[in-house]
Design a protein around this ligand. Structure first.
Ligand code: CU
Length: 520
């Protein structure tokens, strides 16, 4: 299985999951490899591009908090949204580098509508640093009324100890209801599919080595992912036609899949979910990595459905989403798997529609953009001026049981300043304490996450990574609800073998440290 998902170099572009680029229907690997096309950036016929922005957001040092803002700019007349394109900008219009500030995620909600799949306002658009545009096929639109109230939920992440000010921009392609194009448009509604649907912070951890042959699929390969009801499923509530879909995942992610289960039905050969003959594959949104190091950074774009995608869904069918991460080389903590799909009522749609239980859905997916320049600092270069090599440093004489974190520095063994390595006797642990930084600014939360020694190369979108042979991760040390671990301290495992362990902060990756376990 793993073989069909290896990297294929096409010039500068590393393409993943080549199988699905041609026969996107899925589980069956095709041999041909081609770069997906980037879809047209032009507004749909009759649509105008409206430029909106929300902000300014003052992004305090080290910030990684989840916030909401109401009353964001929206169109001034009734009509239809046909596309949305997100970005993050400073006052001078420049886009911050992803290793400095990034849009961890933004979700646009319509408070005036009820969400199809959760007890929240209607979630109609989401973006992370991959900045995928939502584009409805020509002739379809998301109905909008001036009485609608939009809300923006965001997590803006400041990777540095320096304040910054940014705006989130969103270009909305819009057809006024009163226009000629507006008279014939078919309404489509957003359906939010999520592997942890309904959560404020819908994440899971993909651990190095988990899954099969370096690929971990959630929730299918997770142990007891849902103590209650399956959060990655939704029962179709009316006869409808799926017209668009696109995935969201984080670095390390390979693809989001969309499936449809119909009780008693049988999927035609080649189109079923492995082991589930009544569950059809509808779409795979592939992560296409431009990142030279592979599936390890935000230098990625997601494929989405093409203009002609139409799939028939019957009332009572069960939609399901899964997400797969590359776990061969590293762990990916706090990972997401979201697919926002768009559907129209079946009676409104004319023309060819595929019934996935009669015909395998084959889709030539497209990209909404290519490589983005804000991902150009990959990191991973020698950086002897910035970080020491802890493997070459002597032991600190006294044993350590506690390491305080203060002002973005690990008090002992910080790789930016250390001349010796704090040591602990085998069988004992060191407790890291973030009680000084955590209450500051908007919350400054740090992690202690194992990276492969010496972990002293330059910081960038692809470095460092949670790639140590012996994995550990503290979670975000803070007491502020999601995304924090709701505690300020964390202790190293007491069962570590003797040796030198290096670690970094996932939130502020230029924070690095080391400790050493010595024999009793
Ligand atoms: Cu930190």
């Amino acid at each position: 299985m793993r073989k069909s998902f290896k990297f294929v170099n096409l010039g500068l572009v590393s393409l993943l999951a080549a199988s699905s680029l041609v026969a996107l229907s899925g589980p069956v690997a095709a041999k041909q490899v081609a770069a997906p096309k980037i879809t047209s950036n032009a507004p749909a016929p009759g649509a105008k591009r409206l430029h909106f922005k929300v902000g300014p957001f003052e992004i305090l040092p080290g910030q990684n908090s989840i916030d909401f803002t109401r009353g964001i700019p929206q169109p001034k007349v009734d009509g239809f949204v046909t596309a949305i394109r997100p970005d993050l900008r400073r006052a001078d219009g420049t886009i911050p580098a992803v290793d400095v500030i990034h849009l961890h995620h933004g979700v646009w909600l319509n408070v005036s509508n009820k969400d199809a799949t959760a007890s929240t306002p209607e979630r109609f658009f989401a973006a992370g640093e991959e900045k995928t545009a939502a584009i409805l096929p020509d002739g379809f639109g998301y109905p909008y009324k001036t009485t609608d109230r939009w809300l923006f939920n965001y997590m803006l992440h400041n990777l540095l100890a320096k304040k910054d000010v940014v705006w989130v921009t969103y270009d909305v392609d819009f057809i006024p209801a009163s226009s000629k194009a507006g008279k014939s448009i078919i309404p489509a509604r957003p359906i939010w599919m999520d592997i942890q649907n309904g959560g404020v912070y819908p994440v899971f951890d993909a651990h190095k080595g988990a899954g099969t042959d370096g690929v971990f699929t959630y929730p299918d390969q997770a142990v007891n992912p849902y103590p209650g009801k399956a959060l990655n499923e939704w029962t179709v509530d009316r006869e409808m036609v799926l017209v668009a879909a696109g995935g969201h995942l984080h670095p390390g992610g390979l693809y989001n899949d969309l499936w449809l289960k119909r009780d008693g039905a049988t999927v035609p050969k080649g189109g079923a979910k492995p082991g589930s003959p009544d569950t059809a594959h509808l779409f795979r949104s592939n992560a296409v990595y431009y990142e030279p190091a592979g599936a390890v950074s935000w230098d990625v774009a997601m494929t989405v459905t093409p203009q002609n995608y139409r799939v028939d869904l019957k009332k009572g069918d069960v939609l399901q989403t899964t997400v797969s991460y590359d776990t061969a080389e590293a762990s990916w903590y706090e990972s997401m798997g979201i697919m926002v799909i768009w559907a129209a009522d079946a009676g409104d749609v004319k023309g060819r529609v595929t019934d996935p239980f009669k015909k395998v859905v084959r889709t030539k997916a497209v990209l909404t953009h290519g490589h983005l320049a804000e991902n150009n600092n990959h990191g991973g270069k020698p950086a002897p001026k910035d970080f020491v090599n802890a493997l070459k440093l002597p032991n600190q004489v006294e044993q350590v049981t506690n390491i305080q974190i203060e002002n973005f520095v690990y008090a002992r063994g910080d790789l930016t300043v250390a001349d010796s390595v704090p040591t602990v006797k085998q069988g004992q642990s060191i407790t890291f304490d973030n009680s000084i930084d955590a209450p500051l600014a908007n919350g400054i939360w740090h992690t202690i996450t194992a990276c492969k020694a010496p972990c002293n190369r330059s910081t960038g979108v692809a470095y460092p990574r949670a790639n140590a042979d012996v994995q550990f991760d503290s979670g975000e040390l803070g007491k502020a609800g999601p995304p924090t671990a709701n505690r300020l301290t964390w202790s190293t495992p007491s069962d570590l073998d003797t040796g030198t362990y290096t670690y970094f902060c996932r939130i502020h990756p230029s924070m690095r440290g080391a400790f050493r376990v010595v024999a009793q």
